[in-house]
Design a protein around this ligand. Sequence first.
Ligand code: ATP
Length: 299
Amino acid sequence: LLQLYAPLNFLGFVYREIKHSLADMEKMFKLLRQNAEVKDTPDARTLQASSAAIRFESVDFGYERNRQILRDVSFEIPAGKTLAVVGASGAGKSTLSRLLYRFYDVWQGRVTINGIDLRDMTQESLRAHIGIVPQDTVLFNDTIYYNIAYGKTGASREEVIEAARAAHIYDFIEKLPEGFDTMVGERGLKLSGGEKQRVAIARTILKNPPILIFDEATSALDSKTEKGIQAELKAISADRTTLIIAHRLSTIADADEIAVMEDGRIVERGRHLELLAQNGHYARLWALQQHEEPADHVA
Ligand code: ATP
């Protein structure tokens, strides 16, 4: 039955994608093509972990054969800890999250969770362990309720409401004329960047994964929204292994560790104050952002 369930579930996903977001067809097929690049081995195991330690070991990677992006990247995020990655645009920060989600396989080295190579586990079980709050959340052309409930198959109404509350979007929804039944997406109510991120946070709360990837929005949110999102992020990342792709240094001053990337390499690692004291790459980024208004945008 389980063997039947996985493909059916996947077909259901594809069907929902087609039905609810024609506008995202291109994105979906891109996703399917990307999926085709990585394959489960016949003896791939099912990852089953309530806590997850992540390791990148001497990873080399490029999207195209003749253009290497990551060079000898190694780091570890102990279970429950947070690593924030900073660096200029194009340095390779988001590439790390794509490899962790296994959209692509590494050229050299390996990525492991609890010591297991990602290539030795099923993609489905890997992805069930990861929640992503992306830069720009795709909303389906459906109700805001559906858009949150999507985080967990079979979620109850109470769970959806609880997740909306925890993501601090409940009051906003309740004030809408049709509440949770309000249509959003391309053909419905347009949500702001901050509201969309809150929907993604609510989805993630429902999914309840041990690993969290937060790809911070490059576009500036107003500072009140920004502070709110940071507070919610802090709450949901508290005991999850978290990778933050940071575009603003203010987000990450209290991360357990910060990695600075330059041209596909990690050039510095440490905590905020340690890195400032080193007076190197991070200190330069920090000084730079002090002059930028109003969003302290690093990249
Ligand atoms: P930003 O801060 O602007 O989001 P980043 O540090 O996250 O940048 P990445 O998105 O990891 O950078 O991209 C690193 C490099 O890989 C860039 O030069 C980019 O052009 C290239 N790249 C990213 N995605 C692809 C892709 N799908 N195909 C080919 N090259 C890609």
